[in-house]
Ligand binder design. Sequence first.
Ligand code: SF4
Length: 181
Amino acid sequence: MSEQTCYENYPLRIVALSNLLNFSIWIIGAYLLLGFGILFSILFLVYCIVMEFRVLTRSCVNCYYYGKICFSGRGKVCSLLFKKGKSGNFVTDKVTWKDILPDFMVSIFPIIGGIVLLIISFSWLIVLLLVILVLLTTAGNSVIRGSFACKNCKQREIGCPAQKLFETSKMENHETSLEKN
Ligand code: SF4
């Protein structure tokens, strides 16, 4: 059985990996939307930055990792930009799929854009970028969260509504597939 360690400060290689994933999604997304003109790419990147600020002000200010190095490095960045919130709020805040939908739109917007571009004018490059984007969003995020971020997170031990939401939906999916079999 693998030993589970909660980090006080995450190793920098995990921070680098997590940011590599995020920025790759942003860059591929911006490149795909460039097919509609530079304005779409710029608006998309502005949206990504707004979403980052949303996480910092809604979650990171109340997180155990405020001022520390969390898996994404946001805990440190947050302490440089915003005042510390109340750690109790992190645990009591309710998180639903509706709350995290805006974050998913960072991947969904360029995926929709890429599909539209394919319909207008087929290109293997767009197909390849779409496949990479979908893989990074699904498998990539799941590996980062499951094997590095949530797995070693002190806030998970204290209480994390987002993690609970993911766990509940994983269990529901598992039960549904058992019922089908
Ligand atoms: S458990 Fe996962 S989602 Fe929750 S604070 Fe930790 S890293 Fe973030």
